[in-house]
Ligand binder design. Structure first.
Ligand SMILES: [Zn+2]
Length: 209
C-alpha cells in the first residue's frame, strides 16, 4: 500500500470537509436575540410583514407529519394557504390582531401552545404581535431572504406550520416583534394568566406521558 499516495488523496478530502463545516456554520439561521442583530428599519418591518414567506420547510422532518388530505381536512382553505403554503393573511381582517382577551394561542396545525396573551401587544400592523413565544423550542426559525429583504421566518417546530416573521423592533422586555398570522393560530380563552400557564403545563404533561 502506498501510504504517501493515500495521504495525498486524503488531504483534499479533509480540506473539503473543513470547508463544508465552515459553510454549514455560516448558513445556520441566526436568532435575533438583540435588536441590533438585524439591520432593518422599523418602517420596512411593518410592511415586510405583509409579504408571504418563501422559505421551503418541506424537508423539516417535524415530529407531527400529516398527509395533504389530512392537512386539508384539518384546516380551512385560508389556514392551509398560510400555514402550509407560507402565505400571509390580510392585515386588520383577521380574528386575533385586536384580540385583548386572556388566553392561549395554539398552533392551528397541531395544538401546540405557541403564544400567551400576556406577551401580546398592539403593534399597529394589523396582525397579532407578541414579544416572545411561550417556549423557544416549539418555534423554529429560518432566515428568509425573499423580496431582497433579510427577514426571519418563524414556524411551529412540532408540525412545521408557517406562523409569520420575527422583527427586531418590538417593545420590552425582548425588543422583538413576532408578527403572526391569525390563520396559523387557534385561541382558547381562560380566566387568568395562571390558567394560561396551567394549559401549557397540561400540554407538556400529555406530550410526555
Ligand atoms: Zn404545529
Amino acid at each position: 500500500m502506498n501510504v504517501s499516495k493515500n495521504l495525498r488523496r486524503g488531504a483534499p478530502a479533509a480540506i473539503i470537509l473543513l470547508l463544508v463545516g465552515v459553510a454549514f456554520i455560516y448558513a445556520m439561521p441566526e436568532k435575533p436575540t438583540a435588536p441590533e442583530t438585524l439591520n432593518t428599519e422599523i418602517s420596512e418591518c411593518a410592511s415586510a410583514c405583509a409579504l408571504p414567506s418563501h422559505v421551503d420547510l418541506s424537508g423539516g422532518g417535524f415530529p407531527v407529519q400529516r398527509s395533504e388530505a389530512e392537512w386539508r381536512a384539518r384546516l380551512t382553505p385560508e389556514q392551509y394557504h398560510v400555514a402550509r403554503e407560507q402565505g400571509t393573511e390580510r392585515p386588520f381582517a383577521n380574528p386575533y390582531y385586536a384580540n385583548k382577551k386572556t388566553g392561549l394561542y395554539r398552533c392551528a396545525g397541531c395544538d401546540t401552545p405557541l403564544f400567551s396573551s400576556t406577551d401580546k401587544y398592539n403593534s399597529g400592523t394589523g396582525w397579532p404581535s407578541f414579544t416572545q413565544p411561550i417556549d423557544d423550542r416549539t418555534l423554529g426559525e429560518h432566515r428568509d431572504t425573499s423580496y431582497g429583504m433579510e427577514r426571519v421566518e418563524v414556524h411551529c417546530a412540532v408540525c412545521g406550520s408557517h406562523q409569520g416573521h420575527v422583527f427586531p423592533d418590538g417593545p420590552k422586555p425582548t425588543g422583538l416583534r413576532y408578527c403572526i398570522n391569525s390563520a396559523s393560530l387557534t385561541f382558547e380563552e381562560v380566566g387568568s394568566a395562571d390558567a394560561v400557564r396551567e394549559l401549557v403545563v397540561e400540554w407538556y404533561q400529555q406530550r410526555d406521558s
